[in-house]
Design a protein around this ligand. Structure first.
Ligand code: 13P
Length: 392
């Protein structure tokens, strides 16, 4: 009774522009397929979400990830002998976000909440600095990892409580996309519980983000930790992405308005043999083609502890022939390492550090277009950055 009057109301009501209909077979009866229709609040943002995702996934551009939590940013600063103070974090983020010409290679920047609300020392909002370069401001919205009870020493990602109101505030502040990073460990199994929890959390977050006008970046990071071969990573990645898309569908997430942030499919960091960029590209693309519908506009890889040059070479190898989606980067470590080493916290080195950011951003832009060569890269950029049990 209730269902049929709802159908009637929808059919007669033109203001319900978000109306979607779909087939649903009742589990309680053997009656044939019924059609029901209902409004999706999310529809009010659909065009904007699709445009935002398209802008971020634009040719020759990718994402600069600088959304380290204060604790992780502190580790970056400590590596060059600086204290973890708000002033130092702001100085570092200012260096990055005011790099002249950054928008040629960077389409989006993911910030931590503190940075989203900060300004330069001259009083210009960081959000404004980004918009001046045609870079879309983004925000990390997860609240970090916590041990998952009942699992094989695995974690789950917190942050759903209050997410809708936080997201609405971030939108007002100028953010147009969001990021949620959860992790899956190959050596831990992973357990079915951990995979389900990771996938469900990502899907719930994605739905809430879209309801609030933020394009969700869906990031189930498959950690590099372990001595397993590339085939094991492939198997786990296929399992994880299958579940992620299952729950994205259950939560009515609009696939044209999301971006993915996968790990590349590589052997474990402690595996006896390293894989070539061609092997990594082959396995990664195989996995993605089996799991990711072409409606998704962009695949923006994380670097996960690879060296700057490795991450760029692997991306380049993936762009040697056309893909169903924009295949690009969303690196933190693989874009920031040289910058930090050049800067060393010294004001007279800011310009040189910004130039080294542009060098990395341009290299990855070329890799997005499949035109990168590692010739002339310095030794520092070839050093791996893998850390066991890395958190963000
Ligand atoms: P990297 O693995 O590239 O350091 O970054 C991970 C991440 O989630 C940044 O947003």
């Amino acid at each position: 009774m209730a269902t049929s009057s709802l159908v009637k109301l929808n059919a007669a009501s033109s203001q319900w522009i978000g109306q979607h209909s779909f087939s649903q077979r009742s589990v309680l009866s053997s009656s044939p397929t019924r059609r029901v229709s209902f409004p999706l609040v999310r529809a009010s943002y659909v065009d904007e979400l699709v445009n935002t995702a398209k802008t971020i996934a634009s040719p020759g551009r990718g994402i600069l990830a600088i959304d380290e939590s204060n604790a992780t940013c502190g580790k970056r600063l400590a590596s060059i002998g600086l204290d973890n103070t708000e002033v130092n974090r702001q100085a570092y983020r200012q260096l990055l976000l005011t790099t002249p010409g950054l928008g040629e290679y960077i389409s989006g920047a993911i910030m931590f909440e503190e940075t989203l609300y900060q300004s330069t020392t001259d009083g210009k909002k960081f959000v404004e600095c980004l918009l001046d370069e045609n870079i879309v401001p983004g925000i990390k919205v997860d609240k970090g990892l916590s041990p998952l009870p009942g699992s094989n020493n695995e974690s789950w990602c917190q942050g759903l409580d209050g997410l809708a109101s936080r997201s609405a505030e971030y939108y007002k502040q100028g953010a147009r996309f969001a990021k949620w990073r959860t992790v899956v460990s190959v050596p831990c199994g992973p357990s079915a519980l951990a995979v389900k929890e990771a996938a469900w959390g990502l899907a719930r977050y994605a739905a809430v983000s879209q309801d609030n006008g933020l394009v969700p970046i869906v990031e189930p990071e498959i950690l590099l930790d372990g001595d397993h071969p590339i085939e094991s990573t492939l198997e786990v990645a296929q399992q994880v992405w299958a579940e992620v898309f299952y729950y994205l569908a259950q939560n009515n997430v609009v696939l044209e308005g999301i971006l993915l942030k996968p790990s590349m499919v590589t052997p474990g960091a402690e595996h006896k043999e390293k894989a070539s960029p061609e092997t990594i590209a082959k396995h990664t693309l195989q996995m993605l083609k089996r799991r990711v519908p072409p409606a998704v506009p962009g695949i923006m890889f994380l670097s996960g502890g690879q060296s700057e040059v490795e991450a760029t070479l692997n991306l380049n190898a993936m762009n040697q022939s056309p893909n169903p989606w924009h295949v690009s980067f969303s690196y933190a470590r693989a874009l920031q390492n040289s910058v930090l080493k050049t800067w060393q916290g010294r004001p007279e080195k800011i310009e040189a550090a910004q130039k080294s950011l542009l060098v990395r951003a341009k290299a990855n832009s070329l890799a997005q277009l499949g035109r990168y060569s590692a010739e002339g890269e310095n030794e520092e950029a070839k050093k791996g950055m893998f850390v066991k049990g890395y958190t963000y």
